[in-house]
Design a protein around this ligand. Sequence first.
Ligand SMILES: Cc1cc2nc3c(=O)[nH]c(=O)nc-3n(C[C@H](O)[C@H](O)[C@H](O)COP(=O)(O)OP(=O)(O)OC[C@H]3O[C@@H](n4cnc5c(N)ncnc54)[C@H](O)[C@@H]3O)c2cc1C
Length: 477
Amino acid sequence: MFIACNHLFPSSFLIHFPSKHSNFTFFTPPTTSKTLCSSTNAPKKPTRRKSSYGSSRKSVLRKTFKQEQVTFTAPLSDDPLVAIIGGGMSGLLCALQLEKRGVRSTVFDTGVHGLGGRMGTRDIDGMVFDHAAQFFTVSNSMFRELVDEWSQKGFVRQSQGVIGELEAGGHFVPFLSSPSRYIAVNGMRTLADSLLSESSMIEVVRPCWISAIEPYNGMWHLSENGKHRGQFDATVIAHNGKCANRLLSSSGLPLIARQMKRLELSSIWALLAAFEDPLPLLGKTVAPFEGAFVKGIDSVSWMGNNTQKLFGSQNVGQPHCWTFFSTGSFGKRNKVPQENIPSATAEKVKQLMLTGVEEALGLETGSLKKPMYTRVQLWGAALPTNTPDIPCIFDPLGRTGICGDWLLGSSLEAAAISGLSLANHIADFLKSGGSRPDEFAVGLHKDFHPLQGHDIGQFPGLESNKDICEAEVQLRA
Ligand SMILES: Cc1cc2nc3c(=O)[nH]c(=O)nc-3n(C[C@H](O)[C@H](O)[C@H](O)COP(=O)(O)OP(=O)(O)OC[C@H]3O[C@@H](n4cnc5c(N)ncnc54)[C@H](O)[C@@H]3O)c2cc1C
């Protein structure tokens, strides 16, 4: 039998399925009391709205709130397969933890150069830049166990470099007793690429941009621009922002979609710059530093020396590769479509950020030597600014969950814990056979609150404590 479910599939999308199966139904809210697509009365073609939805923010919102809840009723398979859409820290750890619990998964990720999402590293002719996450801290015991394992395997190591706060004018105060900071040995992306190296129950599909998830015959069907990408017993949304809002706007998951829509994200400009000589850090600053949270400069909130961080004293004769990040307010004011940055904007942002670096270091205007290489990039959906403060969200009727940094905070650690938690939750749900869905609903109605922290994330124990740091510096002098 062929049927077209117009509210879920494009009208030209016909699906073949055996008519005796009735494995999913839609729960329809009383206001729109119509079962639109259930295989029991499948041949009836549902009446279709005349106007088709576009992809503007307004229409995405309209779709999000009008969609009906999908309810899977088919028994769960003995050997279920989970789709994970997003191969950042949260998605990868979700996959790994599912494997530990005996559950197979497929990770879909858009990354052309590798996995990792906001654990991005660029290697430009041997010049290496971490262009999002710079380092991470560990406060959770579950995450600590993992990080110890990664250290033993040589994926990560503790960074001994000095970091601290840099005030406009070149006044640097080091964090003298900061929590351990970890970095990936050859840049953050290599950690992402190493994580799955020993897995046997995880398939990675990349580069792949999942553009639709559709419930059909008791399973989730995923596709990339019309190309079928497989069918799954449960789905994990391990990404956020505009892309996730679009994907969820017609998925049949209104509660999940609503929570995702509540998320607010900052925008941050990154400037990657390689200098032939070391930056002049010795003016009024206390000591050369590897990284600094910059205070009092709108165009720069962080500056980090990748070459020092990754190669230490072995960097003799190499260019000095720095990553500079703007503040969130600068990002917001200078926001443009990140896929299509006008060259005039790129140039303006570069100049403003380089001037900001000069001011931060207390250098005379125009005295900073011209970098031999620069590249600007906008992280349009950089970091969450609000959170429901819950490790994961799960809709047992629609057999779909969300993981990601924003559920708990804004850091790699938050993303990791979220991925691990969702995996455990899904594994428990699958083990239950799906017969008691109510017991597994999590976070679908949780309120959000604003997130505090640095422009590039939250690092417990690394909050600036200027008075104490300055006192310690004086005592040691
Ligand atoms: C500029 C910047 C600096 C930062 N610095 C730090 C730091 O120093 N320390 C720290 O701990 N944290 C830092 N963070 C935060 C940290 O990077 C994030 O918290 C973490 O990487 C988030 O991981 P995630 O898995 O939640 O999401 P992401 O890393 O965003 O992963 C989502 C993945 O899903 C993919 N995807 C999206 N849509 C689709 C689709 N439709 N189909 C398939 N794949 C899709 C994306 O391409 C991406 O790979 C920084 C972030 C930014 C932006």
